[in-house]
Design a binder for this molecule. Structure first.
Ligand SMILES: Nc1nc2c(ncn2[C@@H]2O[C@H](COP(=O)(O)OP(=O)(O)OP(=O)(O)O)[C@@H](O)[C@H]2O)c(=O)[nH]1
Ligand SMILES: [Mg+2]
Length: 463
């Protein structure tokens, strides 16, 4: 382990709370802890004992009392960073926490950068890169399933699978190379080996494909599936958002064009976290502000995985509805809501089925909370069908970076397979090597400094 500066940060959110924690990590941690902390009881000869909770007080340099605290000295390597660590549990007020941190910095620590504690855990070999990223995912999880997935990856589930796949790739490379070194081998053996290589490549490809398949569900569970509520002005989009969120989140008004900007709300529909975006009503207008809102609405539609298209059942089918139907992109999930079912219905169902063929349709009355449960049921069904459940053994990726790497590796293995079938075996080694290097970026074995910088900068200070 190389000597590094001792770092410190406030590790709990800034604000009022029961307890706040200031964390110190590095060679100087114990010295700093002992300098600023006065234990209540006279310390015994073995003070400070590792992983032992001490009660006492922190004083300023001038000897003024700052706070009453519980303090732990933790000797490396049994710590988060694998370095000597001190944690100070104090009363959580912004000023107390800041005063204690200031005191720690005066005593010789330097302020930690975002994610630096976790980065040290990585550099000191306690966790690999994907495990570090899973810690961040746990912190940001938006559903129970997301916590479970991230926790299992934090334990190294994903890393283990990736290591096994990389190992298989290396073995295969070794076998191909041995073959290339002894070209005098009999032709018959060569075809047998060729078939074996093909089979192994096929197996590796399938493992990667399974992982890629589970990734979208994993990410949706982690971040919330991006879903846009769209429709013509006054259809009841904002009312529907409020009904789904069960709070008066958006302004609802009889004047068309009420919603101008995008409005986001998070909700959990039967275990699926959704990031629900209310948008401005789409129609032809000369008003520049409305036009700007409509442009944003169209952007949100383009980015959404799920579209909740709201039609006003009490008005006739219009060119605006027509225009909205044409915004659906291939691969997007769609549910059609005919709102205002409490009023006399004027909308033509023929037009609805003509323009939205095959999409589920549900009637609601957003202001009376009618049909909302049916809508939720339909959304659940759509997500069940399209986000596929994950095969039991396959680890789930929730990280876009990992998913992209696996996708790329999958393509490279595909190319290797192609080469193994049609061309001299040498060509297959190129794809295999590329896939091996690429997959190493998941665990961090082949990650560049720039990549590490990018990953850890996403963490907050103190983690
Ligand atoms: N009768 C009836 N009125 C509704 C229903 N849903 C919404 N409204 C009314 O329709 C009007 C428009 O509702 P909003 O939710 O603001 O509609 P919107 O689609 O967000 O409209 P814009 O933001 O202007 O595009 C309001 O007066 C609502 O009270 C419904 O189910 N039944
Ligand atoms: Mg609105």
């Amino acid at each position: 382990m190389t000597a590094r500066e001792t770092i410190a940060a406030i590790s709990t959110p800034l604000g009022e709370g029961g307890i706040g924690i200031v964390r110190i990590s590095g060679e100087e941690a114990f010295r700093i802890g002992k300098k600023i902390f006065v234990p209540k009881k006279d310390p015994t000869r073995d003070y400070p004992r590792s992983h032992y909770l001490y009660y006492g007080h922190i004083y300023s340099e001038q000897g003024e009392l700052i706070d009453e605290v519980l303090l732990t000295f933790m000797r490396a390597p049994r710590t988060y960073t694998r370095e000597d660590t001190v944690e100070i549990n104090c009363h959580s007020g912004i000023f107390t926490l800041r005063l204690i941190l200031k005191r720690v910095l005066e005593a010789g620590a330097r302020m930690a950068r975002p994610g630096e504690f976790t980065r040290r855990a990585f550099l000191n070999g306690r966790i690999d890169l994907s495990q570090a990223e899973s810690i961040l995912k746990i912190i940001r999880a938006r559903s129970d399933e997301a916590v479970k997935i991230a926790a299992s990856n934090m334990q190294g589930r994903l890393s283990q699978e990736i290591r096994e796949i990389r190992e298989s790739i290396l073995n295969l490379l070794a076998r191909i190379e041995a073959q290339l070194d002894f070209p005098e081998e009999l032709e018959e053996e060569e075809t047998a080996l060729g078939r074996e290589i093909e089979n192994e490549l096929g197996r590796i490809k399938e493992l990667l494909e399974n992982m890629a398949r589970g990734a979208e569900r994993g990410r949706a569970m982690q971040e919330g599936l991006v879903s846009a509520i769209v429709g013509k002005p006054n259809a009841g989009k904002s009312s529907l958002l409020n009904a789904l969120l069960r709070e008066q989140r958006a302004i609802v008004h009889e004047v068309p064009g009420t919603t101008r900007d995008l409005l986001e709300g998070y909700l959990n529909i039967r275990g699926y976290p959704l990031c629900l975006i209310d948008t401005a009503g789409i129609h032809q207008t000369d008003d520049p502000v409305e036009q700007a809102g409509i442009a944003r609405a169209k952007g949100a539609i383009a980015d959404a995985r799920l579209l909740i298209i709201v039609l006003d059942g009490s008005t006739a089918w219009s060119t605006d509805d027509e225009a909205i139907a044409s915004l659906i992109q291939p691969g997007q999930l769609v549910v059609v809501v005919i709102n205002k079912k409490d009023l006399v219905q004027k909308i033509s169902m023929d037009e609805v089925t003509r323009r939205f063929p095959g999409y589920p349709v549900v009637r609601t009355s957003a202001i009376n909370n009618q049909g909302i449960e049916q809508l939720e049921e339909i959304i659940e069904k759509i997500l069940d069908q399209n986000l596929g459940t994950i095969a039991g053994e396959t680890p789930v990726m929730v990280n876009l970076r990992h998913a992209r790497i696996v996708q790329e590796a999958c393509e490279q293995i595909g190319e290797a397979l192609q080469a193994a079938v049609t061309q001299p075996l040498e060509l297959a080694t190129i794809g295999l090597r590329e896939a091996w290097v690429k997959l190493g970026e998941i665990t961090g074995e082949t990650a560049s400094d720039e990549l590490l910088e990018r990953v850890f900068s996403e963490f907050c200070i103190g983690k």
